[in-house]
Design a protein around this ligand. Structure first.
Ligand SMILES: C[S@@+](CC[C@H](N)C(=O)[O-])C[C@H]1O[C@@H](n2cnc3c(N)ncnc32)[C@H](O)[C@@H]1O
Length: 112
């Protein structure tokens, strides 16, 4: 995480809290209050990212998401409707999925 991001103080004193640990360990923790914003930019296949989000969201109850899905092959592209449907079951609403123009093989899921 770039130091400038960690130094940033947003409205109401909001800060980024960088947890340097595997995502799988986060769902096992006790989260006393809902997380404001869940950001995920993991270089994993979308089914793995979605499995992690499905496990994590019931614990963290994030109010908003920004999640990238890297569609590295045509099989992943064709499964995009399924990915959207699965995330839609647990996502904060509204849910949007937008293609990122940089390499065109990545979408951003914006929820809440
Ligand atoms: C595309 S990079 C993210 C870059 C980041 N957005 C930035 O601007 O620096 C992908 C990141 O996913 C992380 N990652 C991959 N698998 C992970 C996992 N199981 N748990 C946590 N992080 C993971 C990697 O450590 C790597 O830093």
């Amino acid at each position: 995480m770039h130091p400038s991001v960690l130094a940033e103080i947003g409205p109401g004193g909001a800060r980024v809290r960088h947890r340097q640990q595997p995502v799988g360990s986060l769902a096992r923790e006790t989260w006393t209050r809902p997380v404001d914003l869940l950001v995920s930019d993991m270089n994993l296949a979308p089914p793995a990212v979605i499995r992690y989000i499905e496990r994590l969201q019931p614990s963290v109850r994030a109010r908003r998401w920004i999640i990238t899905l890297k569609l590295n092959d045509s099989a992943m592209v064709s499964r995009l409707p399924d990915f959207r449907e699965r995330l839609g079951r647990i996502a904060p609403q509204p849910l949007r999925v937008v293609q990122l123009t940089a390499n065109r093989q990545e979408v951003m899921v914006i929820a809440g």
